[in-house]
Every structure is written in structure tokens, then in C-alpha cells.
Write a protein that binds this ligand. Structure first.
Ligand code: KG4
Ligand code: ZN
Length: 359
């Protein structure tokens, strides 16, 4: 099956073409037009600006993806499009563009859940990689989500834990902004935290475990709460961590003490990542037949990747994580999820509409 996919749920306009057969999904083209330079001026995504930028980019990006894949519309078997969740205006641009293209080219349309798309990034073929097969546990960490799923089949997912407020990526972006890292702050935060870890424990292979035992980890000046809730659920509160971090920053400012930036970034990252590892350790113990998939924009975080690879090795489970280029929003992952939906006959029709919410 040859599929074109379109993704426009937030601040990336993306189009991709894949060739899928059996459980092998090969990327023929995968183009992402990022709007971050525009939104950076405002410190975050401005929905109306995002919608306008999608309208301008959609046609160009889609035809570029077709050209790079060397296929015409007539050679396609379907068109997948993200229909939820996301910014409503942004989603509407992609959905309406896809609907009109599908009608014109007589293509079946396949609505795709953005979150299922992130998980499906793990199914995309690359050299020397064997993709996971359900059932498995998936952690989706992005700008809008921090969710743990039991993925029971290629199309069915049960939510078993999530954030009750802010997402992990959103909290990285907000705290990063306060310490001067431009939007989106995730990658800059990652690099700053690396400096902090290295200053504390040197170039040790298992630096996270070394940091956990270090005096820096117990420095009361940088004390932050764990976002892992302890009420018996697998839920998180990143808003709690974020508020404590803001108070800490204010305290340093009021006392006119210079903030040790790298040490702070390391401590913050440690608490955020360790909370995720704590819940996942319990989840994987409760699901003994499951490997782990890590996905979503924050899955590019090198410390999270390191910590979860150590965890899964200790628990003797497989660990699957897409390369950083497929962790952030892209359309190849939407095509992968669309392929499995199409195999199940889950097509949309002319009444297809966008929806901002998760369902
Ligand atoms: O999945 P994504 O591209 O968009 C949403 O669906 O939200 O995720 C974007 C998020 C942003 O919050 C960004 O700061 C974060 O992913 N991110 C990172 C890293 N790279 C991107 N967060 C932490 N460490 C990174 N290296
Ligand atoms: Zn996303």
C-alpha cells in the first residue's frame, strides 16, 4: 500500500509518502516545514499564526513529498491525515486540504489520532532495526502529552497513566524560557543539563545512577518535587514540578544569588526523568510480557533515552525509540498509523472533521 500523509496539528506542516507491506513500512519521503522561528518571537505557539502558516505551506509541502517519493497522486492507495488532538485551527487546515485532495484524486481518506501516530513512529523501517510488535508499553512524551499506554494491537491502545496537568515538554519549554533558552526549549535544556551532569559526575557511562548518589542530588538549594504521583496511579503532575522550579528561580533572584544554571537544569531533568522511570518500572513489572516504546518530541531527550535504556536492560525488556528526527511531529508516523487503520477499514468520509480534544 502506498500512502500519502499530512500532519498539521501544531506548529509543523508535514507531508510524507510511505510504502507499506505486511508489517514493513518504508519511508519514501518525509518533509517537515517547521514554524518555530515565527513562534519563537512570542515564546510559544500562537494558534492563529500557526493556522495561517499551515495554509501557506500545505500544498507546497505535499507536492514536494510526492515529488521526492517519485509518485503521482494516481499511484497512491490512500491519504492519511491527523484529525485530532491538537490546535483546532491548525488541524482544520490539514483535514480540509486532505479532504479536497482525496475527493479530487479519488483516494480513500484515513483519519489518524496524532498520539497513535507518535507510537507508530516506532513501526517505521530503518536499516538494521526490527520494529516492535504489540503488545507493548508506550510512553508518549510531547509538548502536549505525557501518557503511558498499553498498546494491545496495531490499532488499539489503553491509557494507563498520564499527566493531570502540564505535559513534560510543555514544562521543559516554560522553565527553559524562564532561564533564557529560546522556544522550544527542550533541546537547549537537554544540552544544559548535560553540562550539569558532567560537572557533577564527569564522563561516567551510567551517569544518571552516579548523579542519583551524588551530593548535588541532595543539595537543598535546588530541591524539587518528583512529578510522579504517589496515590497508587501511574499519573504525573508536571505543573507541581514547574511551580516548585519557578519558586526556586524567584528565591535565587530575591536573594540576589546567581543561579547555577547547568546544575539547576541537571537537577530539574533528573526529577522529571526519574519520575517517568519510577512509574515505568512499576508498569513494566505489572505487564511482564511487554517491551517499552518511547516516542513523542521529548523522546529526543538524551537523558530520558539513557535512563529508560538502563531501566529496560535491568528488567530484561526490549527498548524501542525512533531516531530524534522521527520523535518530533512528522507525517511519516501519521502514514504508519494510517496504514494499520486502513488495513482495518477505518476510513473517513466527507463528514470528517477536526477535533481539538483527545478521545
Ligand atoms: O511531539 P512534538 O514535536 O509536538 C507535540 O505534539 O507537542 O513535541 C514537541 C516538544 C516540545 O516541548 C520540545 O521542547 C520537546 O518536544 N523536545 C524536547 C527535546 N527535543 C524536543 N524535550 C526535551 N529534550 C529534547 N531533546
Ligand atoms: Zn506531537
Amino acid at each position: 500500500m502506498r500512502l500519502l500523509a499530512i500532519e498539521s496539528s501544531c506548529d509543523e506542516t508535514a507531508a510524507a509518502v510511505v510504502l507499506a507491506e505486511g508489517s514493513e513500512i518504508r519511508i519514501l519521503s518525509n518533509i517537515v516545514a517547521s514554524q518555530v522561528d515565527v513562534h519563537r518571537l512570542y515564546g510559544g505557539v500562537v494558534p492563529e499564526i500557526a493556522s495561517r502558516a499551515h495554509v501557506e505551506a500545505l500544498s507546497r509541502i505535499t507536492y514536494a513529498a510526492l515529488e521526492q517519493a517519485g509518485v503521482s497522486l494516481g499511484l497512491l492507495d490512500g491519504l492519511a491525515v491527523t484529525d485530532h488532538p491538537g490546535l483546532i485551527g491548525a488541524l482544520l487546515c490539514g483535514v480540509n486540504f486532505a479532504k479536497s485532495l482525496a475527493v479530487n484524486a479519488h483516494l480513500p481518506i484515513i483519519p489518524v489520532d496524532h498520539i497513535k501516530g507518535h507510537i507508530a513512529a516506532a513501526y517505521l523501517a530503518r536499516d538494521g532495526y526490527t520494529p516492535p510488535k504489540p503488545p507493548f508499553i508506550a510512553l508518549v512524551v510531547s509538548g502536549g502529552h505525557t501518557s503511558i499506554y498499553h498498546v494491545t494491537s496495531y490499532t488499539e491502545h489503553t491509557l494507563i497513566g498520564s499527566t493531570r496537568d502540564d505535559a513534560m515538554g510543555e514544562a521543559f519549554d516554560k522553565i527553559g524560557r524562564l532561564i533564557g533558552i529560546p522556544y522550544p526549549a527542550g533541546a537547549g535544556f537537554d544540552a544544559l543539563a548535560r553540562e550539569g551532569f558532567t560537572e557533577t559526575v564527569g564522563d561516567t557511562e551510567n551517569y544518571f545512577a552516579a548523579y542519583a548518589k551524588s551530593a548535588a542530588r541532595r543539595d537543598p538549594q535546588l530541591k524539587l518535587p518528583s512529578p510522579a504521583l504517589t496515590d497508587g496511579s501511574y499519573d504525573f503532575s508536571f505543573s507541581g514540578l514547574k511551580t516548585a522550579a519557578i519558586n526556586l528561580l524567584h528565591r535565587f533572584e530575591q536573594q540576589a544569588i546567581p543561579l547555577p544554571l547547568a546544575a539547576f537544569a541537571a537537577r530539574y531533568t533528573f526529577e522529571a526523568v526519574e519520575a517517568v522511570a519510577t512509574h515505568l518500572s512499576a508498569v513494566l513489572t505489572a505487564y511482564p510480557d511487554c517491551d517499552l516504546v518511547l516516542c513523542g518530541g521529548v523522546a529526543a531527550n538524551s537523558h530520558l533515552r539513557h535512563r529508560l535504556s538502563v531501566l529496560t536492560e535491568k528488567l530484561h525488556r526490549g527498548f524501542f525509540v525512533p531516531p530524534p528526527s522521527l520523535c518530533g511531529d512528522n507525517a511519516a508516523m501519521i502514514a504508519a498509523a494510517g496504514y494499520f487503520a486502513a488495513l482495518k477499514g477505518a476510513f473517513g468520509d466527507s463528514s470528517l472533521n477536526a477535533c481539538a480534544a483527545d478521545f
